[in-house]
Design a protein around this ligand. Structure first.
Ligand code: H2B
Length: 101
């Protein structure tokens, strides 16, 4: 089935199940904070593993004790699709195990 862009309203509805995630309509974003830099770096590796599994990749920025993500779907011209929401769900599922908040 073809991947279709979601309206901003649809994205906002889906993000209600993903606390901390937000959208400007063209991407979904979240910033996690950690107790230390290595915890943040470990989360980056885990996210990379999930992204390879899904073949869907965020813009991922490792800061001091932070990890910032932005994701949209390039193949539909940089809009948000269900693939982005699925990636966010998968990342949220592992975040508590990394002490992310
Ligand atoms: C060929 C391969 O399926 C594409 O390049 C994938 C890889 N990762 C991707 N990641 C994201 N965020 N959007 C895409 O459209 C995308 N496309």
């Amino acid at each position: 089935m073809a991947v279709e862009p979601l309206s901003k309203k649809d994205v906002e509805e889906r993000l209600q199940e993903l606390p901390g995630w937000s959208t400007d309509g063209d991407r979904i974003t979240r910033r996690y904070t950690f107790d230390g830099h290595f915890q943040a770096a470990a989360m980056v590796i885990h996210i990379a593993q999930i992204q390879e599994e899904l073949n869907h990749h965020s813009d991922l920025t490792l800061g001091y004790n932070t990890v910032a993500l932005a994701v949209n779907t390039h193949s539909v011209g940089g809009k948000v699709t269900g693939l982005d929401v699925e990636l966010a769900r998968r990342i949220e599922a592992v975040a508590p195990g990394h002490g992310a908040r």
